[in-house]
Write a protein that binds this ligand. Structure first.
Ligand SMILES: O=P(O)(O)O[C@@H]1C[C@H](O)[C@@H](CO)O1
Ligand code: URA
Length: 334
């Protein structure tokens, strides 16, 4: 398989292992500040001076918990908005990887915030709605992976979204995130000034995921841009919120403009997810199902059963990717 920089990747047992020894530009040390052994290198020197770190929203800390023993084997972190979805994903992966003794135990229950499960080498955890909830979770997960010295972890978001000109129930694998002012950045105010962090996803991971799509899936999978809105209603040009001071024509013109820019779906996390995983040197992909075509309306009308079916689709695709990784290596799973 070819990479961005035109290197033929030195794979040993097939493409599923190549990122462990990848020499491509995308994974170069400059951009992906990993240690030699593949563990995360966080650049915040203050962390090294701390005797104990309270990872508050996960209800964990580095003194009471042996994070290396708990999470040192983690290869994949999957996150999504709801607790229910992430518990179901953990159960799904227990089946896929044939892990018989899996017990869905919420490892962050003391925090009363998020629900985090571990199944074999996978963390499945919910992040709530929107960028601020997601980035708190993501940053605390990054610290857990850092303290645990997890090697070459990959992070997936399996989410829901509104589609643009594609049938409801399609999957979109995000190439980049677009913010509310139509820039491919995650804009974070720090010490009174806006930092603009690039929000582009790992191209090769997208290709690898696209190669998991089969004709028998029964739905379409696209890759394309994802707008991450800071609001579900006006922020996504809806007409059905409590406030609206624009017309239906304005809304449609905006959505068509997004579509012309290459945006396939709208959700509420992509920009920050791309930017922060990139800054941490961790490969990541945002895989969302669309619940509706926003050119045809605003209300999410599929019944509960169909909504749950739709939400299984990203789980199936990402599950297939993880299963492929372990195809010949199930013995690596504790
Ligand atoms: O992962 P989920 O289904 O939470 O993703 C989208 C974006 C927001 O978090 C939420 C809005 O309904 O759904
Ligand atoms: O339209 C939608 C549907 C799900 N999630 C969103 O953020 N927007």
């Amino acid at each position: 398989m070819k990479c961005d920089c035109d290197y033929i990747l030195p794979t040993k047992g097939g493409w599923e292992h190549h990122y462990d020894n990848c020499i491509s530009k995308w994974h170069s040390k400059a951009q992906y500040p990993k240690n030699e052994d593949g563990s995360i290198r966080l650049t915040n020197k203050n962390l090294m001076k701390m005797h104990q770190d309270f990872i508050y929203h996960l209800g964990l800390d580095t003194a009471t918990y042996d994070l290396k023993a708990m999470f040192g084997d983690v290869k994949f972190v999957c996150m999504g908005g709801t607790k229910y979805r992430m518990k179901e994903f953990a159960k799904h992966m227990a089946k896929v990887l044939n892990i018989k003794d899996f017990e869905a135990k919420n490892l962050s229950k003391h925090s009363h915030r998020y629900a985090m499960y571990k199944v074999g080498p996978i963390i499945s955890v919910n992040h709530g709605i929107g960028i601020s909830s997601m980035t708190i979770l993501l940053q605390e997960i990054l610290k857990v992976l850092y303290y645990a010295k997890a090697k070459n972890p990959i992070i997936f978001r399996i989410g829901t979204s509104g589609g643009l000109k594609i049938p409801p129930g399609s999957i979109v694998i995000s190439s980049w995130g677009l913010n509310g002012t139509l820039e491919k950045t995650y804009d974070l105010p720090v010490l009174g000034e806006i930092r603009k962090l690039p929000s582009v996803f790992d191209k090769r991971l997208i290709q690898e995921l696209m190669s998991m799509v089969t004709e028998g899936d029964g739905f379409n999978t696209y890759s394309g841009g994802t707008m991450a809105a800071d609001d579900f209603y006006r922020g996504q040009a809806r007409l059905d919120g409590p406030f609206c001071d624009y017309t239906e024509e304005d809304k449609l013109a905006f959505l068509r403009k997004l579509s012309a820019l290459g945006v396939r779906n709208i959700e509420m996390e992509a920009t920050a997810f791309a930017a922060m995983t990139r800054e941490a040197g961790v490969r990541a992909a945002d895989v969302c199902v669309t619940l509706l075509d926003r050119l045809n309306g605003d209300q999410v009308t599929p019944d509960k059963e169909l909504l749950l079916k739709f939400q299984e689709r990203p789980m199936i695709l990402v599950g297939r990717y993880i299963a492929k990784y372990y195809e010949n290596n199930l013995h690596l799973i504790k």
